[in-house]
Write a protein that binds this ligand. Structure first.
Ligand SMILES: NC(=O)C1=CN([C@@H]2O[C@H](COP(=O)(O)OP(=O)(O)OC[C@H]3O[C@@H](n4cnc5c(N)ncnc54)[C@H](OP(=O)(O)O)[C@@H]3O)[C@@H](O)[C@H]2O)C=CC1
Ligand SMILES: O=C1O[C@H](COP(=O)(O)O)[C@@H](O)[C@H](O)[C@H]1O
Length: 491
């Protein structure tokens, strides 16, 4: 839950302030924080783009779009009007050599204060923007820079971006965002593991059979195809969000809930990932691309139709088997899968415990007793479900039933679950980088992911086509079934 006590004065400059991310996520999240009284009246939000808008023009744009991206019960016109007065727009081509006079005049018209430069623009612009900020005298110890993902497309490009940004800002001033870390249910994972004594003794290979991490989307690539076709699901979802989830499940208990203790432990997990290279990539990964199909009764085109018939090997689906080479996790596979245009929207982590070693019940073999499962449902219908085996009531022969103990967030808490960006934006303002990726984490994640991309590129195999609205490629089912396990697709 966000604290409502702290009120901050800041200027938030959004490079790319008219773009999809800004309009759908950043501006609505800032509105919510303002609505909760967390910004002082003189705090400002300054959008930068080439759109040729003035302040009133940008305010009109936000006023028209904001209602579409807010839960209805959080919209009220008085608060919106007050919020709009904070908004400014500076028209600027960040690649041009012109001095940044208008932006500089606006920023330096007030006393030095916390300044957040949010780079909601293409990563190739990050280095240039930072250098221009410095050249224009706009970087002070109170400045922070937020880098949107993806940080690069491979290790070398990530290092280059990190070097360029690092030449202007210190590591403490750099916030590499992974919005999955701002989700309430993801933060709850740390609380679940480290504020309960029940789980930790079982949280290891002695008791756990395997872990599944799924991020299944029903949406396609939409209007982001230009970006997506050069990226694909491994770069877009696995290298960042999914590996971060894996880290939170697999990490050792940090000594403290603070920036370096938590990030040090996550880094160790990334460094312990068993490399997937060469033929191991083909054995342990599946990539797919959506074909035409139907979602919610509506026909939808395939990926290549969306590319106007252009051939593309970009994957919109990945399933893979990862392993963490550590004492705790030896022999416990982590199965990851993510894809677009699938049959359901569901993000979840499933921790599957081992089966009972021996059945004491006559006529019920060990394998007839379902193993316990902990399902951490990240979205939608956020919940933690512990599946236990119970006796089905009734006389006669013993019948066993698997039943979930269901901690549903909606049923348990009255509070609205804030969007991930609400929490993360205020963490930047307050200078708390714990839920942001440190340079070494990003680069370790690339070190593991890049050989997979290389092996795919060198291979003759094309991504497997799967019908939109399906479970994904059959090969992904085979990947887990070959180990005698099945994907959790029940809920
Ligand atoms: N959209 C999303 O859901 C997500 C996006 N991201 C990342 O966020 C970043 C932005 O994405 P998104 O909002 O979708 O992209 P958009 O293409 O929708 O927006 C890009 C923004 O940058 C501005 N811009 C582009 N070139 C320049 C320039 N030379 N000078 C000044 N402004 C410029 C555009 O305005 P104009 O063209 O008018 O100048 C626009 O405001 C990307 O790095 C993306 O990967 C990450 C996660 C999710
Ligand atoms: O970063 C990204 O995340 C979204 C999925 O985020 P969610 O919060 O809706 O689960 C994904 O659709 C997008 O392709 C990716 O860039």
């Amino acid at each position: 839950m966000l604290t409502t006590q702290q009120v901050d004065t800041c200027d938030i400059v959004v490079f790319g302030g008219t773009g999809d991310l800004a309009m759908r996520k950043l501006i609505p999240s800032l509105y919510q924080r303002d609505r909760d009284g967390q910004l002082t009246s003189d705090s400002r939000i300054i959008a930068v783009s080439r759109a040729g808008l003035d302040g009133p023009g940008y305010r009109d744009k936000v006023a028209a779009e904001l209602p579409h991206f807010l839960p209805k019960d959080t919209y009220d016109s008085e608060t919106v009007d007050a919020f709009l007065t904070r908004l400014h727009h500076v028209t600027l081509d960040v690649t041009s050599a012109e001095p940044w006079e208008e932006l500089a005049a606006l920023l330096t018209a007030v006393e030095d204060r916390v300044r957040v430069y949010y780079l909601a623009s293409a990563p190739k612009l990050f280095g240039g923007i930072c250098h221009r900020l410095q050249d224009n005298g706009l970087v002070s110890p109170q400045s922070r820079v937020v880098l949107e993902k993806p940080i690069g497309t491979d290790l070398a490009s990530a290092q280059q971006i990190n070097d360029e940004v690092g030449a202007v800002f210190s590591e403490e001033q750099i916030f590499r965002i992974d919005h999955y870390l701002g989700k309430e249910t993801v933060q709850n994972l740390l609380v679940l593991r480290f504020a309960n004594t029940l789980l930790e003794p079982m949280w290891r290979s002695a008791a756990i059979d395997h872990v599944q991490i799924t991020v299944s989307e029903t949406v396609g690539v939409g209007n982001r195809i230009g970006y997506y076709d050069g990226s694909g699901a491994l770069r877009d979802m696995v290298q960042n969000h999914m590996l971060q989830l894996l880290c939170l499940v697999a990490m050792e208990p940090p000594n403290h809930y603070d920036r370096d203790s938590v990030r040090d432990e996550k880094l160790k997990v990334l460094q312990a990932l068993k490399p997937l290279t060469g033929h191991n990539v083909h054995r342990n990964t599946v990539r797919g691309q959506y074909a035409p199909g139907s979602i919610d009764g509506q026909s939808v085109p395939g990926y290549s139709e969306e590319l106007e018939g252009q051939a593309s090997n970009t994957e919109t689906y990945v399933a893979l088997k990862a392993e963490v080479n550590s004492w705790r996790w030896a022999g416990v596979p982590f199965y990851l899968r993510t894809g677009k245009r699938l049959d359901r929207r569901a993000s979840e982590i499933v921790v599957q415990f081992k089966s009972v070693p021996h059945s004491i019940f006559p006529a019920i073999d060990d394998e007839m007793i379902p193993p316990n499962r902990l399902v951490i449902r990240l979205q939608p219908d956020e919940a933690v479900r512990l599946h236990l085996v119970t006796k089905a009531p009734g006389p006669g022969g013993l019948r066993l039933r698997e039943v979930p103990l269901n901690l549903s967030f909606a049923e348990t808490f009255d509070e609205r679950l804030p969007d991930a960006y609400e929490r993360l934006l205020m963490d930047v303002v307050r200078g708390n980088p714990m839920l942001f990726m440190r340079r070494d984490e990003v680069e370790a994640a690339w070190e593991w992911a890049e050989p997979i991309l290389t092996a795919w590129q060198e291979s003759q195999h094309l991504p497997k086509r799967y019908a939109s609205g399906s479970h994904g490629p059959a090969a992904a089912t085979a990947l887990i079934e070959r180990d005698g396990r099945t994907w959790n697709d029940e809920e």
